[in-house]
Design a protein around this ligand. Structure first.
Ligand code: AVJ
Length: 315
C-alpha cells in the first residue's frame, strides 16, 4: 500500500474545507477515463493544442531555435501517448535535425507503448525513454550539457497553484543552461460557456473521472464511500480564470477508511475539493516566471485563440 496516498487522503479529509490531491486521479481506470475526456466534443484543450502542432509546426521549430547542424535533446515531461509531439517529431526527422527524444513519464507501461509506436512510425528517431519523477530524471540529464528543449504540454501546469507553478519553472531552470527552452502549453482564460462544459460534459465522463478518486480510495485503502451519495460539481468564473472540481456529499454521512483507522463525517452539501485547472493570459505567465531565469520568447495560438504554446527561454 502506498503510504503517501494514505497520508495525503487522511490529511485532506481531515481538513476544513476537505480536499484530495488531483494527482491521484490517474490509476488504470483514471488513465482510461482521461483518454475518453480528451475525445469529448466539449474538451477542446487537446484538439486546440494538436491543431497548433499540426498547422504551426514550422513556427514551433523556428521558435525553439534549434539548428540542423548541432545536436540537442528534446525532453518531454509526462509524454502520454505522444499524439501532439509526433507532429513535431515527424517534421524534425524530415528536416534531418540531429536530436534524441527523451519522453519522461511515471508510467513505464505508457513509455513502452510510446516507444513501440514511435519505432514503427518514425523509424529514424532516437528515443530514450526515462521512467520516474520529472526532477530526478532531469537531474540525471543535467550532466550531458547538451542544449535542451523541454516540452510541458496539455495545460498540465494548470493543476498547480500559481506559487507551485513558479517553483516548478524555477526548478526546471536549475536543471537547464542559458539558451535552453521550455515549450509550455497552457489553456487560456475565456468565457464560462466554453470552459465549464469541458469539465461538465453531457456524457458524464468527467463526473466518473472525478468520482473514481473515491473508488480508488475504496479499493486501495479499504474505504466504504458509497458513490451514489456523492456528486461531481465543477465551477468556473472568467474573472478568476480557474476551473475547480469538487465532489459534493448529497447527504449527511460517515465514511470509514481501514488504512487510516479513521472515520470521516460529511454534511449534506459539503464539498471535497479535488482539482484546479488554471487558465492563463500573458500577465499570469509573466507573473509566474517573474523570479525565474526564464523570459517569454514567443507565443503560438490555435485558430480560435483558445490555447497557447509559450516558448520560454532560459537567460
Ligand atoms: C490533464 C490537467 C490538463 O485540468 O484540464 C480533465 C485534467 N480534469 N478534466 C485539465 C482534467 C478534468 C486536465 N489536465
Amino acid at each position: 500500500m502506498n503510504e503517501n496516498f494514505k497520508n495525503e487522503v487522511h490529511k485532506g479529509l481531515s481538513s476544513n474545507p476537505k480536499s484530495l490531491p488531483s494527482k491521484y486521479f490517474y490509476d488504470k481506470k483514471g488513465d482510461a477515463l482521461f483518454v475518453e475526456i480528451m475525445n469529448l466534443p466539449e474538451y477542446y484543450l487537446t484538439r486546440s493544442e494538436l491543431e497548433i502542432f499540426q498547422n504551426k509546426t514550422q513556427e514551433l521549430i523556428d521558435s525553439i531555435g534549434v539548428q540542423t547542424d548541432s545536436y540537442f535533446e528534446l525532453i518531454e515531461l509526462g509524454a502520454g501517448d505522444g499524439t501532439k509531439t509526433k507532429e513535431l517529431l515527424r517534421e524534425l526527422d524530415k528536416q534531418n535535425y540531429n536530436f534524441d527524444y527523451f519522453p519522461i513519464d511515471i508510467s513505464s507501461n505508457a513509455l513502452k507503448l510510446l516507444e513501440q509506436d514511435l519505432n514503427t512510425q518514425i523509424p529514424n528517431l532516437r528515443v530514450q525513454t526515462r521512467q520516474g519523477d520529472y526532477f530526478e530524471v532531469l537531474a540525471s540529464l543535467k550532466n550531458s550539457k547538451q542544449p535542451k528543449v523541454v516540452l510541458f504540454l496539455g495545460s498540465n501546469i494548470g493543476n498547480m497553484q500559481d506559487q507551485m507553478a513558479f517553483k516548478f519553472i524555477y526548478n526546471l531552470g536549475a536543471n537547464l543552461q542559458p539558451g535552453d527552452k521550455i515549450l509550455l502549453g497552457v489553456d487560456l482564460i475565456k468565457a464560462k460557456e466554453i470552459v465549464l462544459p469541458a469539465y461538465n460534459d453531457k456524457k458524464g465522463i468527467t463526473a466518473k473521472f472525478n468520482l473514481n478518486l473515491l473508488d480508488r480510495i475504496n479499493k486501495e485503502l479499504g474505504a466504504n464511500f458509497n458513490l451514489n451519495h456523492f456528486e461531481h460539481q465543477p465551477e468556473y468564473t472568467e474573472k478568476e480564470g480557474i476551473a475547480k472540481s469538487c465532489i459534493v456529499s448529497t447527504t449527511n454521512q460517515t465514511v470509514e477508511i481501514n488504512a487510516t483507522g479513521n472515520s470521516y463525517t460529511f454534511a449534506e452539501g459539503e464539498k471535497i475539493h479535488t482539482e484546479i485547472s488554471r487558465k492563463y493570459n500573458d500577465q499570469l505567465i509573466e507573473n509566474i516566471i517573474a523570479n525565474t531565469n526564464f523570459s517569454i520568447q514567443t507565443k503560438i495560438l490555435d485558430s480560435k485563440a483558445y490555447f497557447a504554446d509559450y516558448i520560454l527561454k532560459r537567460d
